[in-house]
Each structure stands twice: as structure tokens, then as C-alpha cells.
Design a protein around this ligand. Sequence first.
Ligand code: 3PG
Ligand code: MG
Length: 397
Amino acid sequence: MNTFKTIDDLDVVGKRVLVRADLNVPMQDGKPSDTTRLERSAQTIKDLTAKGAKVVVLSHFGRPKGKVVADMSLEPVCVAMATILGKPVAFARDTIGESAKGVVATMQDGDVAMLENLRFHAEEEKNDPAFADALAVLGDVYVNDAFSTAHRAHASTEALARKLPAAAGRLMQAELEALGKALGTPQKPVAAVVGGAKVSTKMEVLGNLSKKVDMIIIGGGMANTFLLAQGHDIGKSLCEKDMAEDARAIIASAAATGCEIVLPVDVVVASEFAANAQNKVVGVDAIPADMMALDIGPASVADIEKRLAQCKTLVWNGPFGAFEIEPFDAGTNAVAQAAARLTREGKLRSVAGGGDTVAALVNAGAAQDFSYISTAGGAFLEWIEGKTLPGVAALMN
Ligand code: 3PG
Ligand code: MG
């Protein structure tokens, strides 16, 4: 059966619980600049300590490639986590061995400790069984709360899950439940927004979604490649000319499974990619040769809003336009706000993921109204590609 245990199924009183979290947060001036992942991981730690467990937190941080890199230490993250939890978190200078054992040995029931960056050891990314053994001796039970790292088959996400009684943490559980409702057993019709610069990086996403959803609304630079594929002149717009054939194949195969590919009908064009560049709205068949499309236009926004109003479920990955520069965030903002409103009114279940996507929805002031915002970037993408995530597979009974 494709089910997983949760921390409600574990007896953790007095036990050492190894919690694999994803504390890979952005840093600025030596401090986490966005603590979302820390806050979302805190619930599991709180629930376990409340049950009388000794909680030992494991995470990677950055990509130190198997070496000790001073500015990739988890210590500042440990300090931030202590603030969020409102209690001390002991820090072990190494992930395994004497220093880790020493810290764990002094823990009382209800205490929390954090071990140094898993990726300071090259064996972590090799899914090395001996490294997983060295981690396993530090705990009695294993909880994986790192959905956003579940696309990596690493020792702490894969091998370790097979060495100790294992369960999903609260965040992992929430991600799996929300994502399951969005693509596993969704209420139909289902729409997907797929944006981003390149069609080539989204081929698998488009292929998998076209079998599962009723419409795919294409946004971002990749829409230009689709417009080109349909015979439009796209001027200086960002585009992958050699992907035009693939774009036509996607439209044809989607049509065969009853999935509509929705493209912009108008765009906002400018002569240069710059904030507040002079711009105008044109139809997609009137893009000037010396200009580039940087956003979708108002007719496209209205068309997409009308379609979303007919849908019950929305999965969103990728912004529409150059949302990082004004005013080319307007299309993304308008569609995001429409999705947020439909969600608030109880008419739409909306799920979004991916670093850029979440930033765009926050920028639009829409994120808090979405049904679910995933903490995952790469793992979210692989999940909508329909791939098995090794860290999730290892938790399944
Ligand atoms: C992420 O931030 O996407 C996850 O923490 C995974 O990190 P990685 O891409 O370095 O494996
Ligand atoms: Mg990543």
C-alpha cells in the first residue's frame, strides 16, 4: 500500500528521534533572510518534544561538496531555530562521530539538538550505507520532514529511512496530502500554470501534466516558443527556436488526451529588458520586430481569469512575465490575485511550488490565500513531472 506512517503512529517517549529537515534557507549577513522553511519545520520538532522525545535535527545546507566550508555551517541556522522554538538548541560540531554522540548523550527528554551540515561528508550525497549507520546510532526512530529534499537519494533521506522505524513529519505529511489532492485525486476541471524561461526545462512537466489536467496555461518566456511554433513573429522575444517542433508536438499530444494548451492572446512589449522600460500592449500577431514580449496583456489576463473561474483545482509552477521587474509583474499579479480570490471564495483549490513561483505569488500579495504553498523547488518540479521521489518512496510501507 502507498501509505506512510506519521508521528502519531510512533511511540517516542524518552526516545532519540532523528528528524531530517530541510533547513536550506537563504542567508544574508550571516543570518537566514527567509525563515519560512525553519518555521514550517518547527511543528514537527514541537510535537515530538511535547510527546517527550529527544529531537536530533539533521539537515544539509548549501552545496559544500563533501568538505567543511565555514560559511556553510548550520550553526547560525541553529541559533535562528532556537529563537523560533523559544528554547535552546544544542549544536554538534560534526554530523557523526564523537562530537555528535557527546551532544546526544547529554540530552534530556524534550530537548532539541542540531547536528552540523550533512553535506560536509561526501558520503551523504552518495547515499552511503555506512554513513547512514553512523547516523542511525544517534537515534532510535527516524522522521523525515524534508519533502523539499525528497528528490535526492541521499544517506539522510533514503538509506537512513530503511535503518530505523520511520515516519513522515508534519510538513512532509502536509506536502504529500496537499499535493495528492491537487494531482492524485483532484476535483476536476484541473488547470496547470506552467511558466518559466525555457520549454526545454519543462518538457517532462508538460508531458506528465497533459495526461492529468484539463488545461495547461503557458506563461513566461516559454510562451514565446509556443507562439513561434504557431507561426507568430515574436520579434526580439526570448525564445528557444530549436524547441518549436517540440512545442508543436506537445500541443498535438495534449489535444489527443483532451488537454488544452492555453497561450497568451496579447502581450506587453518593450525594446529592452529593464525596469520601467517604455512598453505597449499588442496582439500576439502584432509583435514589432525590434521589441520583446515581457508580460501577458490584459486580454490574456481576462481570458485566463475566465478559464480559472470554470476550474476546481489549480497547480502553479512558474511566473507569467518578467515578474522581477516592474511593471512586467502585472500579468502574474493579476492572475495570482484572481486565483487567490477564487480560493478565498471556496471555488478553487490552489497549490503552488518552486522558488520563483512562491516569490512571484508573495510579490502579488496572493500567497496567503492559496490553499497550499509548497516549500519545495526542485522536488515540487519532479513531483509534477510524475517522478517517484526517493525520500518519499523510502517512507512508504
Ligand atoms: C532546495 O533548496 O532545493 C533543497 O534544499 C535541495 O537542495 P539541493 O538542490 O542542493 O539538493
Ligand atoms: Mg534545488
